[in-house]
Design a protein around this ligand. Structure first.
Ligand code: SF4
Length: 337
């Protein structure tokens, strides 16, 4: 994962870029902003720079002040426990390397291909399964992008392109519009899916120009957001999601089940209700991908299944997400039953 590049702070830059330029990159500054004493937490906080902290203020504003166990803070605060090597945890836990069809292009499942136009994100989630991904290979441009688009044009069995990363909404509106337009020229493609956390952590990214790109695109836009806790769906995020819905985008959510964040039936039920209110289908609840550095987030399968039973008892079936795990080489996500 690379920190975002080229985030101008001049007045001419769009609001979301100016906000991103002011994101927290040092734990003491974030902790002071939250009214927490960083000296008392210094023993646990990691200052290594290989997967540096990155937290937009809009996301920090949704955290509880004065609470070191805040579930949003826990997702982004680098801890020394990430350095612990744990058996079964790997640098590429879902075997992205084996799924590579071209630089920046992966195919794991029938009919879909995943294009990684950038390695940058607006937030660095400590449990990210791509935290060690070699992003130098992503972000195809120029001749490499031509090659990737030709690969897609030749693959007539693919009808859906997934833009992932990194976070595809880290591209400028103009770059995204151009990429979208080139993809729309491939006749056998029908849907354009984006996996993004930006409407949640930096809602100002959902600009009028982005919505125009989606509204005018021949491909049906599908946006899969990533929210793990109901506190992530504040007024600005709900407004951003409403803008996306208004331009014809179909919205889904995928969450990761995380110890100390959302491993609680009441929290998961509140998240399901908040997503429904925001017009988002509560689609997947992922078991953690066992990536090096994230073992302290793992929720055992038996606990996950108990939580699902509690959710089914509390919610109508259409609000209950599918509990799944990604298994390398499997033809789809694997449901946990
Ligand atoms: S989980 Fe998504 S938003 Fe978070 S660091 Fe990974 S790719 Fe970026």
């Amino acid at each position: 994962m690379r920190p975002p590049g080229g985030c101008e702070s001049d007045e001419a830059a769009p609001l979301w870029k100016r906000e991103l330029a002011e994101a927290f990159t040092r734990a003491p500054a974030l902790l002071a902003y939250l009214g927490l004493d960083s000296a008392s937490l210094a023993r646990d906080i990691d200052t290594a720079r290989d997967f540096p902290m990155l937290v937009p203020r809009s996301f920090a504003d949704a955290m509880r002040r004065g609470d070191p166990a805040d579930p949003l803070l826990r997702q982004v605060l680098p801890l020394k426990s990430e350095r612990k090597r744990v058996a079964g945890y790997a640098r590429d836990p879902v075997d992205d390397t084996a799924a590579r069809r071209a630089p920046g292009l992966l195919q794991k499942y029938a009919g879909r291909a995943l294009l990684m136009p950038t390695g940058a994100c607006a937030v660095h989630c400590r449990y990210c399964f791509r935290r060690h991904y070699p992003y130098a290979d992503s972000g195809p441009r120029g001749k490499r992008l031509d090659d990737v688009l030709q690969t897609l044009a030749d693959a007539v069995d693919i009808n859906e392109v997934i833009l992932s990363g990194g976070d595809p909404l880290m591209l400028d509106d103009s770059a995204l519009a151009e990429l979208t337009s080139r993809l729309a020229q491939i006749a056998h493609l029908r849907r354009l899916r984006l996996h993004t956390r930006l409407p949640v952590v930096l809602p100002s990214r959902v600009t009028a120009s982005l919505c125009r790109t989606f509204a005018e695109c021949r491909l049906r836009p599908v946006v899969v957001i990533h929210a793990n806790h109901p506190a992530e769906l504040g007024p600005a995020t709900r407004a951003a999601l409403a803008r996306l819905r208004a331009c014809g985008t179909v919205l889904f959510n995928q969450s990761v089940l995380l110890r100390g964040v959302n491993d609680d039936a009441a929290v998961l039920a509140a998240l399901a209700e908040a997503l429904f209110e925001a017009g988002v289908v509560n689609y997947y609840l992922h078991q953690l991908d066992r990536v090096e550095g994230a073992a302290h987030f793992e929720v055992p399968d038996d606990r996950a299944l108990t939580l699902m039973a509690e959710l089914r008892a509390r919610l109508p079936g259409y609000l209950v997400p599918r509990l799944v795990r990604e298994e390398p080489g499997a033809p789809s996500k694997t449901p946990l039953l």
